[in-house]
Design a protein. Structure first.
Ligand code: SAM
Length: 293
């Protein structure tokens, strides 16, 4: 595999511990990506165990298919909100654990052609699933200013949402905004100065969430995981920004009040210092776990 595309699985030791993996168990890796976590899970579930790996991204699944060629693994392309249906197709109705490792992989982020990164010179795209029509290019070039502003404010928690939306609309009046670097240049100029974090970070986060309907998918995926978990089965979620983490926290708290889930992590687990050194992009990760009662 191209070194540039290596994606280090975040908190892999912690995930293995809190998932409480059993020999012969059935597990869902709802965001199998490049199979980093899945490879670790497979070491623990014995020859009779099974693993359903889901991803929207065809390119990631191609890599994973080769990496995890193992008869215990079933890989499916699609949205994790559809996991019940995918399991039923395989004749499985209940599982021992579900793992979500949200967001994008390094392979997606580093590939210029995928248009996820503000550093990319590729076309604005950001679709995890290339079968989908809506891309970041459509949003940036065609959404009305008030809708752009709302996306930046709600999904990026961007303080300067009004100013940036206005700048985008002004620039696209001259010519379409085609590449990631064109957009990050516009945001940089709207900010007028640079701090420690690139000024386009929040704008790109907001667009990515909007293009991939990430928050609705997360809510639906968590609900689906609850329906397929056995008693004693665990749902384990790694989130990377506050909007995701809030949804996970609220979901687990609400179902624990209703007596459906027991919280295993009262406070989220975060990566140890050693991991942060090796993999700085794990710095915002938060791991929350709950068990079905
Ligand atoms: C952070 S990566 C996972 C990396 C993986 N744990 C590993 O160790 O290689 C997240 C993956 O989830 C996928 N993904 C995100 N949202 C999804 C959804 N709603 N349904 C299916 N896959 C999704 C992305 O395409 C991406 O490949």
């Amino acid at each position: 595999m191209d070194l540039e595309f290596v994606h280090l699985p975040v908190m892999k030791r912690e995930v293995n511990e809190v998932l409480n993996l059993k020999k012969g168990g059935i597990y869902v890796d709802a965001t199998v990506g490049l199979g980093g976590h899945a490879a670790e899970l497979l070491k623990m579930i014995g020859p009779e165990g099974r693993l359903l790996g889901i991803d929207r991204d065809e390119e990631a699944l191609k890599v994973t298919e080769q990496r995890l060629s193992d008869k215990r693994v079933i890989l499916k392309r699609g949205d994790f909100s559809d996991m019940e249906h995918m399991l039923h197709e395989e004749g499985i109705s209940e599982v021992d654990g579900v793992l979500f490792d949200l967001g994008v992989s390094m392979m997606q982020l580093k590939d210029d052609q995928r248009g996820f990164s503000f550093l990319s010179h590729g076309r604005l795209d950001m679709r995890m699933d290339k079968r989908q029509e809506l891309s970041a290019w459509d949003i940036v070039n065609y959404y009305p200013e008030h809708e752009l502003e709302r996306i930046l404010r709600e999904l990026g928690e961007e303080r300067l949402s009004k100013r940036i939306a206005k700048a985008i609309v002004r620039e696209r009046g001259k010519k379409t905004i085609d590449t990631c670097s064109e957009l990050s240049g516009i945001v940089e100029r709207a900010y007028g100065r640079r701090g420690r974090i690139h000024p386009a970070t929040k704008t790109f986060q907001a667009l990515r969430i909007a293009v991939n309907r990430e928050l609705d998918e997360l809510r639906a995926g968590l609900d689906a995981s609850l329906r397929i978990l056995k008693r004693g089965g665990r749902v384990c979620v790694i989130s990377y920004h506050s909007l995701e983490d809030r949804i996970v926290k609220t979901f687990m708290a609400q179902h624990s009040r209703e007596g459906v889930l027991r919280l295993i992590t009262k406070k989220p687990i975060i990566p140890e210092r050693g991991e942060l050194r090796i993999n700085p992009s794990s710095r915002s990760a938060k791991l929350r776990v709950a068990e079905k009662i």
